[in-house]
Each structure stands twice: as structure tokens, then as C-alpha cells.
Design a protein around this ligand. Structure first.
Ligand code: HEM
Ligand code: HEM
Length: 141
């Protein structure tokens, strides 16, 4: 169970980060070039949102089965354990909330510029937060 969820979380991370990066760049490009917000732009942003939500669900499950998750909570002097049991989950929940707020807010915008702007701002913030607290050493080993 633990190994399966860890594998899913580990591989989905590539898709989530990749799509989030593409959606962010796409929105910044649309914003600066004052382009039309087409169905392609909506699809890219939605696809990134969906994969990020799947990663959130996988992460939440992982937190309760991993020895580095809830089980290690409280061992705050160990930097590696503090990262996986507190910082990474907390920061990523905040990041995912921001990304979801951005998606939600873009729908309420009328203008092309407004839509690109909401995605650009909130997805960028989310991406930076995620990158700031990844357990890189565990992942790329
Ligand atoms: C396999 C897991 C998941 C999938 C495939 C998924 C997919 C989606 C999709 C497609 C939307 C956008 C709906 C739309 O605006 O058209 C959405 C919205 C949302 N999801 Fe998820 N989701 C998943 C897990 C989660 C989890 C675990 C949470 C919270 C703990 C969550 C919270 C939300 C919220 C709050 C919205 C509302 C955004 C809005 O106001 O438009 N999702 N999700
Ligand atoms: C988009 C958001 C996220 C990304 C990109 C991400 C990415 C990653 C990566 C790359 C790893 C290392 C995997 C490995 O060792 O192979 C990891 C580990 C972990 N993640 Fe996430 N994560 C995200 C969200 C979350 C959330 C929301 C939670 C919990 C609420 C969570 C809980 C964990 C835990 C507990 C581990 C350590 C698991 C272990 O090594 O036993 N993650 N995450």
C-alpha cells in the first residue's frame, strides 16, 4: 500500500510540475501578448489543475501511511523529517489552495486579460511554493 502510493505520488510529481509550469508560462505569455483566452488556454489550465488535485489526494493518503509523514510529526529537530512530515505537506496544501482559487477566479473574469492574469498570478505563486519545499533528495535518488 505504502509503496504503491509513494510510486504514484513520485511519478505524478513530474506530470503535476510539468503541467503547472506549462500552464503558468502559457498564461504569462497570453497576458503579456494581450492574446485571446481560447479553449486551448482553458484546457491547459484545467489539465494542470486536475493533475495537481490528483497529486493532492495522493499526498494526503501518503501522509497517513508513510513513515516520513504523520508518524514522524513532532521530530522537529530532524530537518529531513520536518520537511516531509510538516513543511512539504503544509506548504503544498497552501499552494494547491492558491492554484484552485486562481482557477475559480479566472472563471468569474469577463476579459481575456483578466482570465490570463488570474491564472498567471495564482499558478506562479503555487508553483514557487511547491518548488520551495520538495523533498528533492528523496525524489531524485
Ligand atoms: C483525483 C482527485 C481529484 C480530481 C480528478 C479533481 C478534479 C477537479 C476538477 C476537474 C475541478 C474543476 C471543476 C471546474 O471548475 O470545472 C476541481 C475543482 C475543485 N476541487 Fe478537485 N479534484 C480532485 C481532488 C480534490 C481534493 C482531494 C480536493 C480537496 C481536498 C479538491 C478540491 C477542489 C475544490 C475546492 C474545487 C473547486 C474549484 C472551483 O471553485 O472551481 N479536489 N477538481
Ligand atoms: C503538487 C503538489 C505536490 C508535489 C509536486 C509533491 C511531490 C513530492 C515528491 C517529489 C516527493 C518525493 C517522492 C519520493 O521520495 O520519490 C514527495 C514526498 C512526500 N509527499 Fe508530496 N507532493 C505534493 C503534495 C503533497 C501533499 C499535499 C502532501 C500531504 C498532505 C504530500 C505528502 C508527502 C509525503 C508525506 C512525502 C514523503 C513520503 C515518503 O517518502 O515516504 N505531498 N512529494
Amino acid at each position: 500500500m505504502y509503496n504503491t502510493i509513494l510510486s504514484v505520488h513520485s511519478y505524478l510529481a513530474y506530470a503535476a510540475l510539468g503541467l503547472l509550469f506549462i500552464a503558468t508560462i502559457n498564461a504569462i505569455f497570453g497576458l503579456t501578448s494581450k492574446g485571446l483566452f481560447k479553449s486551448k488556454d482553458r484546457s491547459i489550465s484545467l489539465f494542470a489543475l486536475i493533475v495537481c488535485h490528483m497529486q493532492l489526494l495522493a499526498g494526503l493518503m501518503l501522509y497517513f501511511v508513510s513513515p516520513l509523514g504523520l508518524e514522524s510529526f513532532g521530530q522537529m529537530k530532524e530537518a529531513a523529517l520536518r520537511l516531509t512530515s510538516l513543511e512539504h505537506p503544509l506548504i503544498n496544501i497552501i499552494a494547491l489552495t492558491l492554484i484552485t482559487i486562481g482557477w475559480s477566479k479566472h472563471k468569474k473574469e469577463e476579459s481575456n486579460n483578466g482570465k490570463f492574469k488570474k491564472i498567471a498570478i495564482f499558478y506562479t505563486l503555487g508553483l514557487l511554493l511547491i518548488l520551495s519545499r520538495l523533498p528533492w533528495a528523496n525524489w531524485l535518488n
